[in-house]
Design a protein around this ligand. Structure first.
Ligand code: GRF
Length: 201
């Protein structure tokens, strides 16, 4: 199964996925390409160092649809079957989502459906929740909305800043994302309506 990863910035989740695949922790898989919409994304260098093909598909002055069509074409050209968003800072168009039905994943640094969108860790602190965490979910046409594959809860401490909470959540993001991908590729889960449930034989 060929995996394509989309990033915009740092790429620590991307690195975790690449390393897990290269160590054989995600069976029968290969990261075929890392695509960034930003030429300066730190993650591009990290992917190159790990011998993964990288590509910049800049937004330029194009519509979301035009930009997405180019990314979809690059993914399809490489026979990518699973798309992992890893800090990709742009909503996907309807056509992108439809090009990979139930085959696009995202990771978000909160326990969805709480705190969608940007600065989720800051939102959690400001709201005053005692626990937050991270969520791996399928991507649909709405922001941070698709069916939830896996979640991990993390404590919010009294002295947390958005940065300290983000760092505590991030450690769990890496393992949660890799485990979710492995489960999907091993056929261990199925989607029933909005619910992602274990396949029992
Ligand atoms: C992570 O916190 C992820 O949950 C969110 O964006 C951040 C990306 O970090 N979607 P990185 O680029 O994977 O280091």
């Amino acid at each position: 199964m060929k995996i394509g990863i989309l990033i915009s910035e740092r790429g620590s989740n991307m690195t975790a996925i690449i390393e897990a695949v290269q160590k054989g922790q995600v069976p029968n898989s290969e990261v075929a390409v890392v695509i960034s919409d930003k030429a300066g994304a730190e993650g591009l260098q990290k992917a190159k160092e790990r011998n993964i093909e990288t590509l910049v598909v800049a937004r330029k002055r194009r519509t979301r649809e035009e930009h997405d069509a180019e990314i979809v074409a690059e993914l399809k050209k490489r026979n990518v079957e699973l798309v992992c968003l890893a800090g990709y800072m742009r909503l996907l168009s309807r056509d992108f989502v439809r090009a990979f039905p139930d085959r696009i994943l995202n990771i978000h640094p909160s326990l969805l459906p709480a705190f969608k969108g940007l600065d989720a860790q800051q939102q959690a602190i400001e709201y005053g929740v005692k626990f937050s965490g991270c969520t791996v979910h399928f991507v649909d046409e709405d922001l941070d909305h698709g069916a939830i594959v896996a979640q991990k809860m993390v404590e919010v401490r009294d002295d947390d800043t958005p940065e300290t909470l983000a760092a505590r959540i991030l450690k769990h993001e890496h393992s949660l994302y890799v485990e979710a991908i492995a489960k999907i590729l091993e056929g261990k889960i199925k989607i029933v309506g909005r619910r992602v449930v274990s396949v029992t034989n």
